[in-house]
Design a protein. Structure first.
Length: 425
């Protein structure tokens, strides 16, 4: 006689499933979200937005005596204009009709609804925007520290050290499994090689090189993205010779931002004060260092906080006089607002008066649906239709600086213990 075992009855019990689907990754966007809230967002079109400036004071100053009272030749003031043009981003979605119907027809069996799953695309797109918000417009998600010469499976490392140029400290953190990327030859601005990530990693990942090669120092971008992305803080707040919103900073050096180059030294409150002093000196105005917003990584923010640790070892109060006091939870520096974002360059801190910056928009973030349809049927191989359905979401915009003299930054700070690479995927 056999005992009744659970294995005899497994078809009679429903499997218990956790009611919430969690992410094995994070899609937080503290930096760009804060910037978006603090700045105006005027609408514009493909012709761009013109920002006029006075580039030169009037001249002809004259000191004279009555016996020689002729004034010097007059020198008129001079104006120039900067221009902002939209950059365009999209994230497509393609669904099988049966998959949509399965989620819509049996909602009682769903852990998440179809619309909640679509939210993954929204968050993924916004995460990409947040990452490139600190970039220089190249669209770079990593910089290769590896050279490959043959096709097939390869190990690819990304740079992680502080540098004079932005975007060098993220290793291969932002390269995702199953996605295809291009390595760019910056001398020619052409694609040097194409690969797909097979196994992601924080500083090194495994890739399948499908064409060309990869050289050490190459920027790594999504397909077709090189020099197509929005101009982020790495471009708007910089001391590098470049063309900023249509004007060369070699011709107009006032467009460059003051910089505190720590060259590998520790970030300190003193370094921040030095940067603020540069702003005040450059503008000859004590208000120049007020109402600043600082974009900084949690690791660098922690570095600053820990420097005040020795100033408060014990809580001096009657109830708990012998309790050890840890690191303070916040760092205050005048009226500066600190925005902590792990997607920041690990070696940098950007300071800006955000009322002197804007996000010019042609299309705010949302679905592409000029035809009024939520989804569109793909025509299929015979152009007669299919049960595959396409939609997309995205944005057309570009951040801009209206007054570069209201910004400054710190670069090449000693990397903190906590970075995205050391924290891991």
């Amino acid at each position: 006689m056999a005992n009744t075992a659970f294995s005899n009855l497994t078809d009679l019990e429903r499997q218990a499933v956790e009611k919430e689907a969690r992410d094995l990754f994070e899609n937080n966007t503290p930096g760009y979200s804060a910037f978006e809230k603090k700045t105006d967002k005027p609408m514009f079109g493909e012709k761009g937005y013109r920002i006029p400036y006075y580039s030169q004071r009037p001249g002809g100053h004259t000191w004279f005596v009555p016996s020689n009272s002729d004034f010097n030749a007059a020198v008129p003031p001079q104006t120039v204009s900067m221009w902002v043009y939209p950059t365009m981003y999209a994230l497509p979605m393609v669904w099988e009709g049966s998959a949509i119907e399965s989620f819509e027809n049996t909602p009682e069996n769903n852990i998440q609804s179809y619309r909640q799953i679509v939210g993954q695309y929204t968050r993924a797109g916004q995460k990409m925007i947040n990452q490139l918000f600190y970039g220089d417009g190249t669209g770079s998600l990593a910089y290769s520290a590896t050279t490959t010469t043959v096709l097939g499976s390869q190990s690819l490392s990304g740079t992680t050290a502080a540098s004079t140029t932005p975007g060098q400290t993220k290793g291969t953190m932002w390269l995702l499994a199953g996605q295809t990327y291009q390595a760019i030859n910056t001398s020619t601005a052409q694609v040097r090689g194409t690969f797909t990530v097979t196994t992601p990693g924080a500083s090194t990942c495994t890739v399948n090189v499908t064409s060309g090669t990869v050289s050490s120092g190459d920027p790594i971008v999504t397909v077709g993205a090189y020099q197509m992305a929005m101009r982020g803080l790495g471009w708007l707040i910089s001391d590098q010779t470049r063309v900023l919103q249509g004007l060369s900073t070699s011709t107009f050096p006032d467009l460059n931002a003051p910089v505190v180059d720590l060259a590998g030294a520790l970030l300190t409150p003193s370094a921040i004060e030095n940067g603020k002093a540069l702003l005040q000196t450059r503008n000859n105005d004590p208000k120049a260092k007020g109402t600043l917003t600082a974009f900084i990584t949690p690791g660098q923010y922690s570095t600053i906080k820990k420097q005040g640790y020795n100033l408060g070892y014990y809580l001096r109060n009657q109830a708990d006089s012998d309790t050890m006091k840890g690191v303070q939870s916040e760092y205050s520096d005048g009226d500066t607002t600190f925005i902590l974002d792990a997607d920041m360059d690990e070696d940098r801190v950007y300071f800006a008066q955000t009322d002197q910056m804007k996000i010019y928009q042609m299309k705010p973030w949302g679905e592409y649906r000029r035809d009024g349809l939520d989804q569109r049927m793909l025509l299929g191989a015979n152009s007669t239709g299919s049960d595959n359905w396409q939609s997309a979401m995205g944005v057309k915009m570009n951040p801009a600086t209206l007054y570069p003299r209201a910004t400054m930054f710190i670069k090449r700070a000693q990397l903190p213990t906590a970075t995205q690479v050391t924290a891991g995927l």
